[in-house]
Write a protein that binds this ligand. Structure first.
Ligand code: 8YV
Length: 321
């Protein structure tokens, strides 16, 4: 437990850090507040029952989350400040029923997640990782590398047209693609064609890019029927959440040539990726790096800190969920 001088606040406050966060954020929190690192406690349950009443703020992330048990073991909790835009591992209902506010880090990561989606799209269509392996294996001197797929002129179907989806749209348009999208409601300010179901969008799309929130409502939204609709030349890109895709069905679709290829940054059981998926040639895999640039992670860390600071000062939260 560290009790240190405060950076900029009106009253002492205890912050519980749920798990290892961005190092700069932890340093800043530990400099400004009385903090405890939950994951370093030898018996976290015993720690929470002894000290749970102290904490008004829980700092967590979209990977670590906050379940009902944790929220209920902090009776004076006022704010869950999460690092990341996705809040699917946070029990929002448990937080709301206890009057606990939740903040996340939207918008600051839109550009980098969209860059990662475009990288995966080009990587799959132009077989970039495969081409790199081809040279390293010394194959160029004896073989011709197989042709890729042109993305210009093709239709990119975006599932989830929030801040990230919009950034993906502008990037693929710059590559000469056409755009259509699916989401809960059409957006009147966008020139792209709207589809009322994922399967209808998959039928017309050459590439389907997933940039929607995870959680119960979107679980396995992309199943075997959607793969079939996307078709044998189709490419699936997922920068959203692994839970959105039926991973077994996707593996079968890739194996049987029901879809052409996939670029995946997120998985059902991170950080574990099934070895059967790793063995497939027509899939490009990255370890959840969508927001993973120094600049964006710093901006996310700053926003977490600013939300906590706003709560402490009694000011409106900057990015409430
Ligand atoms: C983060 C993310 O890597 O923002 C999100 O929802 O998935 C990523 O930006 C993650 O949440 C941080 O742990």
């Amino acid at each position: 437990m560290t009790n240190t001088a405060t950076e900029s606040l009106n009253r002492p406050i205890d912050v519980l850090i749920a798990g290892p966060l961005h190092p700069g954020l932890m340093q800043r929190l530990e400099g400004a507040y009385a903090t405890s690192r939950l994951w370093e406690q030898s018996d976290s349950r015993a720690f929470l029952s002894e000290h749970g009443t102290r904490f008004e703020v829980l700092a967590t992330s979209g990977a670590i989350g906050a379940d009902k048990m944790l929220i209920e073991s902090l009776p004076n909790l006022k704010l869950i400040a999460s690092f990341g835009v996705g809040v699917d591992p946070i029990d929002l209902q448990a937080a709301a029923s206890r009057g606990v506010a939740v903040t996340n880090t939207p918008n600051v990561l839109n550009g980098c997640v969209a860059d990662a989606a475009l990288g995966l799209l080009l990587g799959v269509a132009r077989r970039i990782a495969e081409a790199d392996r081809f040279i390293r294996a010394g194959e160029w001197t004896t073989n011709k590398f197989p042709l890729g797929t042109k993305i210009g002129g093709k239709l990119c179907g975006i599932v989830g047209m929030g801040g990230i989806g919009r950034e993906i749209a502008s990037r693929v348009v710059a590559c000469g693609m056409r755009v259509a999208y699916y989401g809960p409601t059409p957006k009147s300010d966008l020139p792209y064609e709207y589809y009322g179901s994922v399967i209808d969008l998959a039928r017309v799309a050459d590439v389907l890019v997933l940039s929607l929130p995870g959680g119960d409502k979107t679980r396995h939204l992309v199943d075997g029927h959607v793969h079939e609709a996307l078709g044998p030349q189709g490419i699936l890109i997922n920068v959203a959440r692994g839970s959105v895709v039926d991973e077994d069905a996707l593996e079968n679709a890739l194996k049987n040539g029901e879809i052409g290829g996939a670029g995946l940054d997120v998985f059902a059981n991170e950080p574990h990726v099934p070895s059967s998926m790793i063995a497939l040639k027509n899939v490009l895999l990255t370890p959840h790096i969508g927001s993973g640039t120094k600049e964006t992670r710093e901006a996310m860390a700053h926003l977490v800190f600013e939300n906590i600071d706003a709560m402490v000062r009694g000011l409106p939260l900057i990015s409430p969920v």
